[in-house]
Ligand binder design. Structure first.
Ligand SMILES: *Cc1c(COP(=O)(O)O)cnc(C)c1O
Length: 393
């Protein structure tokens, strides 16, 4: 049977190394932070191309810590996309700030920089005719201060940071790269995590670089920011363990997960290469099949980390047909994301309405993702595409 993400085959490949690495942590008795975590941070910073890496307990914590480190809180507006995983906007709300949504581009699934510019102008003028804004009363809206942008690298393709950083700088905002799905991706010779003021990633097992539990990391060049993030990670600790100079969280990565990640980093480049092969194979096989599906586009200057291989069907009925044909042959599929965040109950308080983000809403009705991992063979890809054609079982 085809796995959606095949962690078993990967484990068989690294089993000896990973068992040794985890055992050695258990023997050391150093379970939280420590030398293995420090080594991992050094290797990750080197990989991403930043001066510093602060590992942490999850991708969500990475985003929360980044916002806390920059002092984002109540009264601040943070611009982000509605077509993403819950955690991106949730982190903004967790620190007490207000998410302001910006629609995506249909070909990259990522933030539309022109829409971002309009959204910032709209908020500055408290004028909904320029761009949809949270449904707060006029006074509350006028009181919101634009503070930051969180762009998301959906499905592994990095967002348009040259444009986004430029617009943010023009308005005095800082930018966070949500690279939870794009660790290992690159654009114009820069790696994911290093493309904005702060990079955040996740090591949830299903992400391109995953551990065997929860984990995440923050990437920065600024030494002061690095120090603040390290303090926030441990309850706002000062120079002494029981001195607390700010509010923080329990955001540490444990040493066993760091040991797993170091083992997986050794094969990560090879796996990234395999993901490119799988994506190419899907795209050519689907094009040859003549099926009415839009395959993902990646600019020539970019390399996607292929967290997902996501197709766009003509409409929701067509998507349902493709997914049921695949289900009949036991091929797993998933919809990322069936509901945009502005339509989620948790964000009802923001007062957005259907129609506010048409591209996001349209994509929620038409996208579906098929199995994607480095161990997918060309023959499996052919049978997945054959299954989508339907016909006799
Ligand atoms: C997975 C994910 C996160 C959160 O990561 P966790 O490690 O699960 O907390 C944040 N943003 C995006 C885009 C993600 O895909």
């Amino acid at each position: 049977m085809t796995a959606f993400i095949d962690l078993k085959t990967q484990f068989a490949r690294i089993q000896d190394d990973v068992e040794q690495a985890v055992c050695s942590v258990m023997r050391s008795g150093q379970f939280i932070l420590g030398p293995v975590v420090a080594e991992l941070e050094e290797r990750l910073a080197q990989y991403a191309g930043t001066r510093h890496c602060v590992s942490c307990a999850s991708g969500t914590d990475a985003l929360v810590m980044a916002l806390m480190a920059k002092g984002v809180g109540p009264g601040d507006a943070v611009f982000t996309v509605p077509f993403t995983f819950m955690a991106t906007a949730e982190a903004i709300a967790t620190v007490g700030a207000t998410p302001v949504f910006v629609d995506i581009e249909p070909d990259s699934f990522n933030m539309d920089p022109r829409a971002l510019d309009r959204a910032i102008k709209a908020l500055n003028a408290a004028d909904r005719s320029i761009h949809p804004l949270p449904g707060l009363d006029h006074e509350a809206l006028e009181a919101l201060r634009p503070k930051a942008v969180i762009a998301v690298d959906l499905f592994g393709l990095t967002a348009d940071y040259p444009a986004i950083n430029g617009i943010a700088a023009k308005h005095g905002l800082f930018v966070i790269q949500d690279a939870a799905q794009s660790f290992g991706a690159s654009a114009d010779n820069r790696r994911a995590g290093s493309m904005a003021d702060i990079g955040c990633t996740s090591f949830f097992p299903a992400k391109p670089l995953g551990c065997y539990g929860d984990g995440g990391a923050v990437f920065v060049d600024d030494a002061d920011l690095d120090a603040v993030l390290r303090s926030i990670r441990v309850h706002g600790q000062g120079s002494d363990k029981y001195e607390n100079i700010r509010l923080g969280i329990t955001g540490r990565l444990d040493a066993m997960q760091a040991a797993v990640l170091l083992t997986k980093l050794a094969i990560f480049d090879d796996e990234m290469g395999e993901r490119q092969r799988v994506a190419r194979s899907y795209s050519t096989t689907i094009a040859d099949s003549g099926l009415p599906l839009v395959v993902p586009t990646v600019p020539e200057t970019h390399r996607s980390a292929w967290a997902q291989y996501t197709l766009i069907a003509a409409d929701s009925a067509s998507r349902e047909l493709f997914m049921s044909r695949l289900a009949e042959r036991s091929v797993p599929t998933a919809i990322y994301y069936a509901k945009s965040l502005h339509e989620q109950e948790a964000f009802a308080y923001l007062g957005y309405a259907r129609g506010d983000f048409p591209v996001s809403e349209d994509m929620s009705e038409r996208v579906f993702s098929v199995p994607m991992h480095p161990y997918l063979e060309d023959s499996q890809i052919r049978s997945i595409v054959d299954a989508m054609k339907g016909g006799e079982l």
